[in-house]
Design a protein around this ligand. Structure first.
Ligand code: SAM
Ligand code: SF4
Length: 334
């Protein structure tokens, strides 16, 4: 058997996130500027190439695959890719195949995703107010997303809601969102806004609402019990004793949990980012296209993992944005 992927800080890499497109049908204010320039389609890896790369990673011990973007469900032919990846679930090599989506195309795709073995999905939803939703996403419509979530539930998938905490935007919806998730049986994770990519006129510090504050407000109404559960990622979880629901906090700014990071990220052009918050990357497209021999690709992956950094350097504590990376989140995949 192949030796597993272990990085220089003794972290086993078992989780791959794949951004299958940098394009999106929304323009969320914290993620993109209104006028985005996207990659030329010719630069993208084909779905066959993505299949080959992901399969090599799975051969090297990756057990969880999350498909993301941009909006993964706007990539043409994406269902075929899910269908192909499901063979790794059937063989037992892959423990989980999942996706992060804005939900706009879910109504159409949910039954077929479920048929491919997708059991749990993350849907990004920052507000339940239609007008606010339109302001945050610029191009999105809330009813379409809510219908998508309902379709996912009807197809038997669990839905976790991801909400970016936005100062002065969804602060007043903390309890509305929490209650709505409790009623629908959704777990809910809050995310601190990260300094990634140029946003045009938007200012990160204006957007940033610390989860330390959010958690304190939750604790004023609910009894919070810390859970030991870890996903090997940056989220930490509590249970709300009054409702039994699980709430996650992704706090790259107020608390950095890089020491337990188990993931790397592949972009739609075959760049492998070892850390979301650093610029270092390895090009896997060249070795992939240079040889039909997967051993060449494996070597490139192993060599990249040897350079996985200790963590990111995001910091707003001096009232300035430090550690900013130039890539948008939609490039690397959230
Ligand atoms: N389009 C899909 C979606 O929105 O779920 C998948 C890609 S999106 C880049 C993945 C996640 O990143 C979303 O939950 C989004 O809210 C989050 N995100 C985007 N930009 C962010 C930023 N600057 N800081 C924190 N989270 C961000
Ligand atoms: Fe699109 Fe997701 Fe970025 Fe919003 S957060 S613009 S839905 S990629």
């Amino acid at each position: 058997m192949n030796t597993p992927l272990i990085d220089p800080f003794a972290r086993a890499i078992t989780y791959l996130r794949v951004s299958v497109t940098d394009r999106c049908d929304f323009r969320c204010v914290y993620c993109m500027s209104e006028n985005m320039t996207f990659l030329p389609k010719a630069d993208l890896l084909s779905l066959e190439e993505l299949d080959r790369l992901c399969s090599v990673f799975i051969g090297l011990g990756v057990q969880k695959l999350r498909i993301t973007g941009g909006e993964p469900l706007v990539r043409k032919g994406i269902l075929t890719f899910f269908q192909r990846m499901s063979r790794h679930l059937a063989s037992g090599a892959l423990k989980e195949l999942t996706l992060t989506t804005n939900g706009s195309q879910l109504e159409r795709y949910a039954p077929q995703l479920a048929a491919c073995g997708v059991r749990r999905i993350n849907v990004s939803l920052d507000t339940l107010d239609p007008a606010k939703f339109a302001r945050i996403t610029r191009w999105g419509r809330l009813p379409q997303v809510l219908d998508g979530i309902a379709a996912a539930r009807a197809a038997g998938m669990r839905v976790k809601i991801n909400a970016v905490a936005l100062k002065g935007v969804n602060e007043d919806e903390l309890f509305t969102l929490t209650d709505w998730c409790a009623q629908g049986g959704h777990d809910l994770t809050f995310i601190e806004v990260m300094p990634m990519g140029d946003l045009g006129n938007e200012d990160r510090l204006d957007q940033y609402w610390s989860l330390k504050d959010l958690r304190a407000r939750l604790a004023a109404r609910f009894t919070l019990t810390d859970l030991a559960e870890r996903s090997g990622g940056p989220a930490r979880y509590v249970r709300l004793e009054e409702t039994g629901q699980k709430i996650g906090f992704i706090t790259p700014l107020t608390h950095n949990f890089c020491e337990s990071c188990n993931r790397v990220r592949l972009t739609c052009t075959g760049e492998l980012y070892m850390c979301l918050g650093q610029e270092d990357m390895a090009d896997l497209r060249a070795p992939l296209r240079a040889s039909a021999d997967n051993a060449v690709v494996e070597q490139a992956i192993r060599s990249a993992i040897r350079h996985k950094p200790k963590g990111h350097d995001f910091d707003y504590s001096r009232q300035t944005v430090a550690g900013q990376v130039t890539r948008h989140m939609s490039h690397t995949g959230g």
